[in-house]
Design a protein. Structure first.
Length: 348
């Protein structure tokens, strides 16, 4: 069986059943990839995911540098991406400067200061457009637009461009769009970003693009590649993450409404008491847990021998230096040993 595993055809929002099977029978086991002969270890338990992720990204035990031998690529990677990886695929300290720039500019404090209430404004405006319609495709009319409108507004795109940007940025999320059209859409997005960067070099404004350009040379003298950083902020995968969480969140609400018909249901609590402190944030946390944005896996390669999952007598495994691992957060977030109701919303 190849990884990633298939979701059940009868419940496409549910995780692959193979993950639950492996949590019970073989929490650290080999998987086959379609990209080649590597058979990395798949981690499906919460404790093992935490053990790896808590060690940090300095490369002393685990590396996320995709140029290292043994790094498990789930899908084919272009040669350019391998030769010049973005900071997402680098270890400390190589990733520090670019990551620090992104963290600074996208901090809640910076966003609230420069664009107060932006998310609420975008969401309310899109919902107003749907008001009064007898039926709505919430995925196409709302879910696809929310992330594009927010991200590109922050970058400085004029409001008049947002619909066209939505078409390009969501080509891979709309049904029956040929691969050639998706590739053209990606090229159009990158061309748009290039023009936007050139415009902001000449005429800076109050947007993330201008802020990035203003610090292209940091105080330490390390050049920041604005074009490369913007490509990280605006790939189709970023749009997909937010869009899928919106859609899955709605599915969860509808399932809750069908499960019980009393006023005590979660659906009615959210509908009747939207201002109740911590209720909606707790629900959003549960949506993120049940429908983790990284549904495939986080990849690492061992830089030294590491014992995972306890001793071998307790199901643990010794991962040798140079062997790859895949961490399934989708599975870890439904670990029966950690969560009382692993497959349901639990606000307790």
């Amino acid at each position: 069986m190849f990884f990633p595993f298939r979701r059940p055809s009868t419940a496409p929002a549910a995780p692959p059943p193979e993950l639950a099977h492996r949590r019970e029978k073989c929490p650290i086991s080999r998987v086959r990839l379609r990209t080649g002969t590597l058979e990395p270890w798949l981690l499906v338990k919460y404790r093992d995911a935490v053990q790896v992720l808590q060690t940090g990204d300095d490369g002393t035990a685990w590396s996320k540098d995709r140029r290292r031998s043994g790094y498990p690529e789930i899908s084919p990677v272009a040669p350019a991406a391998l030769s010049s990886p973005t900071f997402v695929y680098l270890d400390e300290p190589d990733r520090h400067h670019d990551r620090a720039a992104i963290d600074r500019l996208l901090s809640p404090e910076n966003i609230d200061r420069g664009w107060p209430g932006l998310v609420h404004k975008v969401v309310n405006a899109l919902l107003d457009r749907l008001s009064g319609r007898p039926s709505v495709d919430i995925h196409a009319e709302f879910g696809l637009r929310v992330p594009v409108y927010i991200i590109y507004t922050l970058l400085g795109a004029p409001e008049a461009d947002l619909e066209q940007l939505t078409q390009w940025a969501t080509a891979n999320l709309r049904p029956k769009v040929p691969a050639t059209e998706i590739a053209i859409a990606q090229q159009n997005l990158l061309a748009y970003l290039t023009r936007l960067i050139d415009q902001r070099r000449l005429e800076p404004r109050n947007d993330i693009t201008s802020q990035l350009l203003a610090q292209e040379t940091s105080s330490s003298g390390c050049a920041l590649e604005t074009a490369a950083l913007l490509r990280i902020l605006t790939p189709m995968t970023v749009t997909a993450t937010i869009t899928h969480l919106i859609s899955y969140g709605l599915i969860l609400l509808l399932q809750e409404r069908q499960r019980e018909q009393t006023t005590s249901t979660l659906y009615n609590q959210l509908r009747l008491h939207p201002d109740q402190e911590d209720l909606i944030p707790a629900f959003v946390d549960e949506v993120c847990r049940l429908h983790t944005s990284s549904t495939v896996a986080l990849a690492r390669v061992a830089t030294r021998d590491v014992q995972l999952g306890g001793p071998a007598t307790d199901g643990g495994r010794l991962v040798r230096a140079g062997e790859g691992i895949l961490i399934s957060l989708q599975s870890a977030n439904r670990d029966e040993d950690v969560f009382d109701c692993p497959d349901q919303i639990d606000l307790c």
